[in-house]
Design a protein around this ligand. Structure first.
Ligand code: GRF
Length: 216
């Protein structure tokens, strides 16, 4: 049984996609043990409660330093024997202390094709505004393992989405969520749950993909 912990701050649509994939059986033998939010207003907390998942609020302002905040988060996840941590719209940056226990065991979804439009300052609608301002014809989403460097960890899955001429940032954000994020995040968790992801430096191989390539 894969024990998952999710860190959230907002609406929680990616969390919902993973809750649904577990309950439909497409992510086998997995359970979300805890959903932790750094904001008590996050709608993701309601989604978790509705699915019968334990929730906890750990707010940065309750801690004197960023390192203490990291330790409070990792301490809660360790006490729940979590094997995989999912950042699902989590709006705080985790420091090296957090990763001591969770190397290559933390995933994030970013709403662009990393390394484009990623790193500090690229979050929420800002990403899609920048993509449109640049005149990109393609954007998309990326699932990656998280390291202490923002959006720079090894890539697991990416999916492209066409930019349309009339797109507003909000329209592009919605289409990238529907066509990419809610598909590739559950798929990355499924591959992890099946033990198919192998990480070597920046390279993440996925044995199921190699198998189908061999058949061609
Ligand atoms: C998503 O766009 C995700 O890519 C980014 O934050 C947003 C979270 O949305 N990391 P939600 O809370 O999952 O609805």
């Amino acid at each position: 049984m894969l024990r998952i912990g999710a860190l959230v701050s907002g609406g929680g649509t990616n969390l919902q996609a993973i809750i649904d994939a577990i309950s439909q059986g497409s992510i086998p033998d997995a359970k979300i043990e805890i959903v932790i939010s750094n904001s008590k207003q996050a709608f993701a907390l309601e989604r978790a409660a509705k699915a019968g998942i334990a929730t906890k609020i750990i707010s940065r302002k309750e801690y004197a330093s960023a390192q203490q905040f990291d330790l409070a988060l990792s301490g809660e996840l360790i006490s729940r024997q979590v094997d995989l941590v999912l950042l699902a719209g989590f709006m705080a940056i985790l420091g090296p202390k957090f990763f001591e226990h969770f190397e290559n065991k933390v995933m994030n979804i970013h709403p662009a094709l990393i390394p484009a439009f990623s790193g500090p300052g690229f979050y929420g609608l800002k990403v899609h505004e920048a993509v449109l301002e640049y005149g990109c014809k393609i954007s998309g989403a990326s699932v990656h393992f998280v390291t202490a460097e923002v959006d720079a960890g090894p890539l697991i899955l990416q999916k492209a989405v066409a930019v349309q001429e009339a797109d507003t940032p909000v329209q592009l954000q919605k289409r990238i969520m529907e066509e990419a994020e809610w598909q590739i995040y559950p798929e990355a968790v499924r591959l992890f749950a099946l033990g198919k992801l192998k990480v070597e430096g920046r390279q993440v191989s996925n044995s199921s993909r190699f198998k189908s390539d061999n058949r061609r």
